[in-house]
Ligand binder design. Structure first.
Ligand code: SAH
Ligand code: SF4
Ligand code: F3S
Length: 438
């Protein structure tokens, strides 16, 4: 039987695409392997949101050269966001001529056809579609987890933050029909799934352009009605589009978890303006205040970029003070990375690497300290955990997450994997909690 190996970089969008590729391959009687040497087909699903993501892909492709020499029948495929960048696919073709299939983000549904062709005539394929087609429903999907699933509700992004390449490589916003989303989730529940994460670059603008009149709050309420589903998560929320209606829906829907991922990017109004984020610091602060007042026990997480062009020490201190004010449960922190073709790449005042790194270190220190303080407050409390399986750090323990998204390693009964249990937290660590099932 043929074996495939798939490596995925980037965000949940790419992870879901990889699960679709796996689904298509399993239908073709391929089995998955975790070992590249063993594989008859290797797929790299690439990201290009920051430069280091691209460098990783180059490095990994370089390593495949030898393998392909040893095993000429090996089929190598490169796909994902990086292939949608101007001229990137051609550059890959030139630099790594042994790659058999190069495709983009808009044509993964064509993969079985490309694979068949390559096997028949051994001629390399390079096919990138510039424009998104209408949404393709019903692709097979082979999910990583048996209890939690990503469900994409919208594709693409219309926001054009000045640093970001995503709108160029993922195309314009398209929302899936609510009944398609609902049917997918009902099927998941029938298969035993307990939790779904509704995915989109900007879930709060869900529903635009659909025949049926529905917005994100409406979708949350509709999904909340699905019997047997236990938990609903969603990401990402752009602060400018997070309405009172959505906050109310999160507060009122019992299945919707008390966690909002609300990327702020910077605490400085001037930088936010240059980033084209469409909100200022005051608006963001008052939004957080509203969320905390209305959603009891909510966890707020974020994404932050340091070293955006023109960022002064004062601007950076504003970011630090915002972090102190909001007290994030966790934050993804990034060094600004120039992406050719985005407006910020042409800004004059690029920040030197050493300054960026110094700010980055101070940022991480602040974020981690607050995260540890928040975790400490969990000690002695009892929380609901969806048991995912064995703990990665201790063979004898189980692991799962709280509704607020905290990782818990705990003593408990293995029979409860896939179920919701109550866990008493005995000890807080910087990035996780320790406890015992009660
Ligand atoms: N749609 C989501 C996530 C997009 S990408 C959102 O709007 O928040 C995830 C994160 O990568 C972004 O939130 C941002 O913090 C970071 N990012 C995007 N482009 C970047 C760049 N050029 N340099 C550094 N970080 C970047
Ligand atoms: Fe990028 Fe901004 Fe769209 Fe997020 S909202 S994907 S950061 S352009
Ligand atoms: Fe990367 Fe594409 Fe996601 S660029 S962050 S994988 S949408």
């Amino acid at each position: 039987m043929n074996k495939f190996y798939i490596e995925t970089w980037g965000c949940q969008m790419n992870e879901e695409d990889s699960e679709k590729l796996s689904g298509m391959l399993k239908k073709l009687d391929y089995t998955k392997t975790e070992n590249r040497e063993d594989a008859d087909l290797i797929i790299f699903n690439t990201c290009c949101v920051r430069e280091n993501a691209e460098l990783k892909v180059y490095g990994n492709l370089g390593l495949l050269r030898k393998l392909k020499n040893k095993k000429p029948e090996l089929i190598i495929t490169v796909c994902g966001c990086m292939m949608q960048e101007n001229d990137m696919a051609k550059a890959i073709r030139k630099r790594f001529p042994f790659v058999d299939i190069i495709m983009g983000t808009h044509n993964i549904q064509m993969f079985p056809e490309y694979l068949k062709k390559v096997k028949e005539d051994r001629k390399a394929i390079l096919e990138i579609w510039d424009k998104e087609e209408s949404i393709v429903e019903g692709l097979p999907i082979d999910r990583e987890s048996t209890m939690k699933a990503f469900v994409t509700i919208m594709y693409g992004c219309n926001n054009f933050c000045t640093y970001c390449i995503v709108p160029y490589v993922r195309g314009r916003e398209r929302s899936r029909k609510p009944e398609d989303i609902e049917n997918e989730i009902k099927k998941l529940v029938a298969e035993g799934y307990k939790e779904v994460t509704l995915l989109g670059q900007n879930v709060n603008s869900y529903g635009k352009g659909l025949e049926e009149e529905i917005n994100f709050a409406g979708l949350l309420r509709r999904v909340n009605e699905i019997p047997g589903l236990e938990r609903i998560r969603f990401m990402t929320s752009h602060p400018k589009d997070l309405t009172d209606e959505v906050i109310k829906a999160v507060a009122e829907c019992d299945k919707v978890c008390e966690h909002i991922h609300l990327p702020v990017q910077s605490g400085s109004t001037k930088i936010l303006k240059d980033m084209n984020r469409h909100y200022d610091r005051e608006y963001y602060s008052s939004l957080v205040k509203k969320i905390k007042e209305q959603i009891k026990g909510v966890a707020i997480t974020t994404d932050i970029i340091v070293g955006f062009p023109g960022e002064t020490e004062e601007d950076f201190l504003e970011t630090l003070s915002l972090i102190e004010e909001v007290r994030y449960d966790s934050a993804f922190t990034f060094l600004y990375s120039i992406r050719e073709g985005t407006p910020a790449a042409n800004l004059k005042d690029q920040i030197p690497e050493d300054v960026k790194h110094d700010r980055f270190n101070r940022l991480v220190e602040t974020v981690n300290r607050i995260c540890a303080e928040i975790n400490k407050d969990y000690e002695g409390k009892t929380v609901e955990v969806l048991v995912e399986g064995k703990s990665r750090t201790d063979e004898n323990k189980l692991m799962g997450r709280t509704r607020t998204g905290k990782l818990v390693n705990f003593e408990g009964s293995a029979e409860n994997v896939g179920k919701l249990v109550n866990v008493k937290i005995t000890k807080a660590q910087s990035f996780s909690l320790v406890g015992e099932e009660i």
